[in-house]
Design a protein around this ligand. Structure first.
Ligand code: UT7
Length: 331
C-alpha cells in the first residue's frame, strides 16, 4: 500500500527581514546576498514565537482543510532541528495544542532533510496498514540559532514550515519511491556545537558562541549539489523516467546556485523547478513543505503528475523522493 498526500499547508511568521535590514546588522550587501544565494528576504519569528507555534498553525490548517477532527490523527511527526525544548518534543506540544487525543508522535532530527525523512517514516507507518492518518510537519526557527555577528550564516536562513497529512492509497499513486542517505563524516561542516551532552550549556559555552550554527559553506555547497543530483538521477533511472517526465522538481531551498546545478545534472529544465528562496531564505526542514503547498495552492501540480523532491542538509543527510500526484483530497 502506498501513502499519498491528501492535504498540504504552510506557515511563516509575519515579520519580514530584508537583505537591506541585514546590511544594518552585519558587513554584507543586498547585491552580495542576491547574487550568491538568490535570497531577497526571509520571515523571522517575534520574541514570543517558537517552532511549536508555527507547527500548531500548520496542524490546525491541515485538519481544517482536510475536514477531519483532531482525534482522527494517528501519528504526528515533526522534522526540526530547532525544537522549543530538548524535551518535551515539538510533536507533543502540537498534539496538546490541537487536541489530537488519539495520536502519538515524535520529533525527527535530520536538518534540511527533516521533511523528506519524515515523509519516508510516515509513509512506512501508512504502508504497515495500522495507520490511516499521519501528519508530517517540517519546521525550523533558524533565527534561534543564528549568530548575527557571522555573515557566513546569518544572511541565508529564515523561519517557517509546512506540512501534509499522509493517508493510504490503494492505487499506484502517492509516494512511489525514495532514496535516503546519510554520511556522518560531513557532520563538522554544518554544526551547532553547544547545548547538547558534548558541550553542555555553561557561561563559557555561551560566551564562546557555541550555541550558534557554524557552516563551512563552500564544502557544504559542493556536497549538496553532488548529493542531491546523484540520488535524484538514480531515482529517475530506476523508475525508467527522465527529467522530461517530471512535472515539478521541488528541491531544498539553500542556495539558488545549488538548485540550478542540481536540476541541470538531472536533466530537468528550469521552468519545472520550484524556486521560492527569494522570499523565504533557507528554512531548513521547512523549505520543501512550504514550496509544495505553494505549488498546490497555485495549481502547479495536476493529477497523475510526477513530482520530485530533493534535500541536502547537516549530518550530512540527503535524499530524493518521487511522488505520483493524486489530488482527490488535496486542496
Ligand atoms: O541548507 C543546509 C545546507 N547549506 C547549504 O547548502 C549552503 C551551502 N553554501 C552556500 O550556499 C554558499 O557557500 C554560501 C552562500 C554560504 C557562501 O557563498 P560562497 O559563494 O561559497 O561564498 P564564500 O564563502 O566563498 O565567500 C566569498 C567571499 C569571501 O570574501 P573573499 O575571501 O573572497 O574576500 C567572503 O568573506 O564573500 C565573502 N562573504 C560575504 N560577503 C558579503 C561571505 N559571506 C558574505 C556576506 N556578505 N554575507
Amino acid at each position: 500500500m502506498n501513502a499519498r498526500i491528501t492535504v498540504t499547508s504552510h506557515n511563516t511568521p509575519d515579520n519580514v527581514m530584508t537583505n537591506v535590514d541585514l546590511e544594518k546588522l552585519v558587513d554584507t550587501s543586498d547585491e552580495w546576498i542576491q547574487s550568491r544565494t538568490g535570497i531577497v528576504q526571509r520571515h523571522i519569528v517575534s520574541d514570543d514565537e517558537a517552532s511549536s507555534d508555527i507547527s500548531t498553525r500548520i496542524a490546525k490548517s491541515l485538519i481544517k482543510k482536510r475536514g477531519i477532527s483532531p482525534d482522527q490523527l494517528d501519528l504526528i511527526i515533526v522534522g526540526t532541528v530547532t525544537p522549543d525544548h530538548f524535551t518535551p518534543s515539538t510533536a507533543a506540544l502540537v498534539q496538546k495544542n490541537i487536541g489530537a487525543s488519539n495520536a502519538w508522535g515524535f520529533d525527527l532530527s535530520a536538518a534540511c532533510s527533516g521533511f523528506i525523512y519524515g515523509l519516508e517514516t510516515g509513509a512506512n507507518f501508512i504502508s504497515s496498514g495500522k495507520y490511516n492518518k499521519v501528519m508530517v510537519i517540517g519546521v525550523d526557527t533558524m533565527t534561534s540559532i543564528l549568530d548575527y555577528q557571522d555573515r557566513d550564516t546569518c544572511v541565508i536562513f529564515g523561519d517557517g514550515g509546512g506540512g501534509v497529512i499522509l493517508e493510504p492509497s490503494n492505487k499506484k499513486s502517492g509516494i512511489v519511491d525514495s532514496i535516503l542517505r546519510m554520511d556522518g563524516s560531513g557532520g563538522e561542516y554544518l554544526i551547532v556545537p553547544g547545548g547538547g551532552s558534548r558541550i553542555p550549556s555553561t557561561e563559557a559555552s555561551v560566551n564562546s558562541r557555541q550555541h550558534y550554527i557554524k557552516q563551512d559553506g563552500k564544502t557544504v555547497f559542493k556536497y549538496a549539489v553532488k548529493g542531491m543530483a546523484e540520488v535524484s538521477k538514480k531515482l529517475l533511472d530506476r523508475n525508467n523516467l527522465s527529467g522530461d517526465d517530471i512535472a515539478l522538481f521541488i528541491p531544498h531551498q539553500a542556495n539558488k546556485r545549488i538548485i540550478d546545478a542540481s536540476a541541470e545534472r538531472c536533466g530537468i529544465s528550469p521552468d519545472k523547478v520550484l524556486i521560492n528562496i527569494d522570499r523565504y531564505g533557507n528554512t531548513t526542514a521547512g523549505t520543501i513543505p512550504i514550496a509544495l503547498n505553494e505549488a498546490v495552492s497555485e495549481n502547479q501540480i495536476n493529477d497523475g503528475d510526477y513530482v520530485l523532491l530533493a534535500a541536502f542538509g547537516a549530518g550530512f543527510t540527503w535524499g530524493s523522493m518521487l511522488i505520483k500526484w493524486d489530488s482527490k483530497w488535496v486542496k
